[in-house]
Design a protein around this ligand. Structure first.
Ligand code: PLP
Length: 386
């Protein structure tokens, strides 16, 4: 089977992990801050807080922005469930804003309409979480302006997008957001096995997230509320979690950072090649906005079902049967049974439904060979009868 995505691990990556295993610290040692610094420098952002997953990063990002009961958070329906679940962890409500028909990212037009209505109804969101689907940045300038106008905060879910750019600046610099989150799951652009990071330019938000990732415990005297009992003393001043990243993971991440640009440019050559090879097939290839340089975590095609004699499901199954482990990113979140129980219905977002009926993620990862790519395209050609 050719997977839809996979990690790229070098001997240097392995050595970096082994070095930590032979060192004094498996966790809470020097590798985590070194990795945080490397990512912060790369992204030109002031603060980076490494955690054990992007899911955890989204959770503490929401908490740091004060999301709680009676608050509302909006995100895109075409995302991994974690982008929405983070609000529910905080006791907040979630709603979904439909996607743009070309980028499949949150639609700024739909967002503006929904905000105008929400203002009339007195139910404006506290936080909006745009997701850079496949690594393609959302229209952040417009979303930021709407944030100013309606008073919401912004968390960029950039789980797909490290290594990408928006208006020629690195995604993650938080120029148009309060916090940006990355994922280092093995299918993503770089990996730490499991891991995530929250970036911000706001010192107070960074401190809050550092506190929350480690039980809400501080050892900084300035943050304490009581006199020290002795040198062993620490204070728990908030209800935090154990969301820490280990040094083993951070060492892998730091080593992977050295090849980040190479990974992304390899993804672009693969995408360019797909673009050529798929030119005459009845599929829509990913549209790339000129304002962005995508991380290209995913390569999503859409079937032109009116030109194909087979259904979406049949094409999907045929690809899998032929050894191409295609996937579908994503099922609109509101279609999940857990969300349906909260009152959401199928069809909540029209454009998301169209997307869901046609999308297929073809294999996309730096190690994909030309030969494998040819094989994928040949199989697809046979199936869609072109
Ligand atoms: C992968 C992913 C997450 C969650 O990342 P983890 O590191 O696995 O917790 C969140 N949002 C999006 C869009 C993702 O793709």
């Amino acid at each position: 089977m050719i997977p839809y995505g996979r990690q790229d691990i070098s001997e240097a990556d392995i050595q970096a992990v082994v070095d930590v295993l032979r060192s004094d610290f498996l966790t809470q040692g020097p590798a985590v801050p070194a990795f945080e610094n490397a990512v912060a420098n790369y992204c030109q952002v002031n603060h980076a807080v490494a955690v054990n997953s992007a899911t955890s990063a989204l959770h503490i990002a929401c908490l740091a922005l004060g999301v709680g009961k009676a608050d509302i958070v909006w995100t895109s329906p075409i995302t991994f469930v974690a982008s929405a679940n983070c609000a529910l962890y905080c006791g907040a409500e979630v709603d979904f804003v439909d996607i743009d028909s070309r980028t499949y990212n949150i639609s700024v037009e739909r967002l503006a309409e929904k905000l105008a209505q929400a203002q009339l109804d007195g139910v404006l969101p506290k936080v909006v979480i745009p997701v850079h689907l496949s690594g393609q940045p959302c229209d952040m300038v417009a979303i930021h302006l709407l944030g100013r106008q309606y008073g919401f905060k912004i968390i960029e879910d950039a789980s797909h997008a490290i290594g990408g750019k928006y208006l020629n600046e690195p995604i993650g610099n938080c120029r148009y957001s309060d916090i940006t989150v990355f994922s280092f799951h093995p299918v993503k652009i770089i990996t730490t096995g499991e891991g995530g990071m929250a970036l911000t330019n706001d010192l107070q938000l960074a401190k809050r997230m550092q506190l929350l990732r480690s039980h809400g415990i501080t050892r900084e005297i300035a943050d304490m509320t009581q006199a020290l009992d002795g040198p062993w003393y620490y204070e728990q001043i908030a209800l935090g979690f154990n969301y820490r990243m280990t040094d083993i993971q951070a060492a892998l991440g730091l080593s992977q950072m050295k090849r980040l640009d190479e990974f992304v440019s390899k993804r672009h050559s693969i995408a360019n090649r797909y673009e050529e090879l798929l030119a005459n097939l009845p599929v829509v290839t990913p549209w790339q906005h000129h304002e962005g340089y995508s991380g290209l975590h995913l390569y999503v095609i859409r079937l032109k079902l009116n030109e194909i004699q087979k259904s979406h499901l049949v094409v999907f199954e045929a690809l899998r049967a032929a050894g191409v482990a295609v996937n579908l990113h994503y099922i609109p979140v509101y279609r999940q049974p857990y969300y349906k129980r909260m009152g959401f219905n199928v069809g909540h977002c029209q454009e998301a439904e169209h997307y869901y009926a046609e999308a297929i993620s073809l294999p996309m990862y730096p190690g994909l060979t030309n030969q494998q790519q040819n094989q994928i395209v040949t199989v697809l050609k046979e199936i869609v009868g072109a």
